[in-house]
Structure formats: structure tokens, C-alpha cells
Design a protein around this ligand. Structure first.
Ligand code: GSH
Length: 203
């Protein structure tokens, strides 16, 4: 398999972290998204949405959308990270969908804007509300993690792989203070202590 990716990307990192957990080693093909490398004709042929991550399977089929790729890999390799009981599976899906609507736009986008010198007038206007919503998302995670070890219960699932990616680097760019969320900090340490753990910048 080939993972089309950009190392600082949390969306890409979700796939790298899951692959590490499953013992898979896809070939990494890197693109510099700041230079428009995902907008070339060649890249758009593999993913018309023009965004990494893309997982290219051995038969040439290409999968996009990080959380869809997580689900594909967990199902294909029958990983307990995706429980089989529908009600437990739904608890995992809930976090994956929530991440894309309530977490990623508020936590990943400000990190990217501020660490890649990509602010403009419109983003300056949007930033305060994004930070407000991002703190609401972190508060919800912190409250959940007060009651249980992982997001979907007592066992680690895809929900944790997915949410770990951008949460653990939320402070980059200076918009967030994870010190306000002690249960999130404990959860981050728990995931970092897993024997398959790999950092975001490593493949
Ligand atoms: N919803 C998508 C978001 C993917 C995404 O936003 N990718 C960014 C990097 S994190 C990207 O490739 N941006 C390049 C561009 O838009 O040109 C997912 O979860 O995979």
C-alpha cells in the first residue's frame, strides 16, 4: 500500500498511528501541501478532492477521507479497535463524525493557520469563534475522560486514534492550553505509552 501524506498533518497521522498499531508499513509518498502539491493533475487523478491522506491499495484503488480509511483498515484487519457489536460500533462512529464537525475545524485549522503563517483578514475574524468552539470540544472530551479511560469506554478504539491526532498537538500555534484539561493530558500519556506508539513526525 502507498500512503499519500504530509507529515505535519493530523489527518495523515491518524492513518500512520493506526498502521503502527496494526503492524502495517505502507510506503510513504510525501506532498508539501503548502506548495499546492495536492492540486496537481497527477494528484487529482488519485483523489479529486485534492487533499491528503490518500491510501492507495495494492490493486491501485485509492481511498480518501482519514476516518473512512481508519474504518477500512480496522475492518479489513479485524481489529478490536472497531468493536463488532452495533451499539459499541455506534459509540465509535459518533466520535469519528463529531471529530470532523466539532473538533477538527476548530483545532486543526487554527494550528495550521498559525504555524504556517497562513493568516489573512477572514481567518483573523474567524479565529476567536473557532477557539471558543475548540475549547468546548476539549471540555467535552475532558468530561468524558473523567468518567472512563478512553473515549468510547474502557478499551482503546478508533475514536482514540482519531481524536488523539489533533488533540495532542492542539497547543501548537498558541490557541489552546491543554493544562486546563487534566483528563486529556492523562489520556495522551496513556496513548503515548502504548508499545506501538509513533510520534506525528515519524514514519
Ligand atoms: N476531511 C478530510 C480532510 C483532509 C484535509 O483537510 N487535508 C489537508 C491536510 S490536513 C490537505 O490535504 N490540504 C491541502 C489542500 O487543501 O490543498 C480528512 O479527514 O481526510
Amino acid at each position: 500500500m502507498i500512503l499519500h501524506d504530509y507529515l505535519p498533518s493530523g489527518n495523515g497521522y491518524k492513518i500512520r498511528l493506526l498502521c503502527a498499531c496494526l503492524g502495517l508499513k505502507p510506503t510513504l509518498k510525501e506532498y508539501d501541501i503548502t506548495k499546492g502539491e495536492t492540486r496537481t493533475e497527477e494528484f487529482l487523478a488519485i483523489s479529486p478532492n485534492g487533499k491528503i491522506p490518500v491510501l492507495e491499495l495494492d490493486n491501485g484503488e485509492c481511498l480518501s477521507e482519514s476516518n473512512a480509511i481508519l474504518l477500512y483498515l480496522a475492518e479489513k484487519y479485524e481489529s478490536p479497535l472497531l468493536p463488532s457489536k452495533p451499539i459499541e460500533k455506534a459509540a465509535v462512529y459518533k466520535w469519528l463524525f463529531w471529530e470532523q464537525y466539532s473538533h477538527e475545524p476548530n483545532i486543526a485549522s487554527p494550528r495550521f493557520w498559525l504555524t504556517h503563517d497562513a493568516m489573512d483578514e477572514l481567518k483573523e475574524q474567524m479565529l476567536p469563534n473557532r477557539i471558543k468552539e475548540g475549547n468546548a470540544a476539549l471540555k467535552l472530551m475532558n468530561e468524558t475522560l473523567e468518567l472512563q479511560t478512553f473515549l468510547a469506554g474502557e478499551k482503546i478504539t478508533l475514536a482514540d486514534i482519531c481524536l488523539f491526532a489533533y488533540t495532542h498537538v492542539a497547543e501548537e500555534g498558541g490557541s489552546y492550553d491543554l493544562g486546563q484539561y487534566p483528563n486529556i493530558l492523562r489520556w495522551i500519556s496513556t496513548i503515548e505509552s502504548m508499545d506501538w506508539y509513533v510520534p506525528i513526525s515519524q514514519h
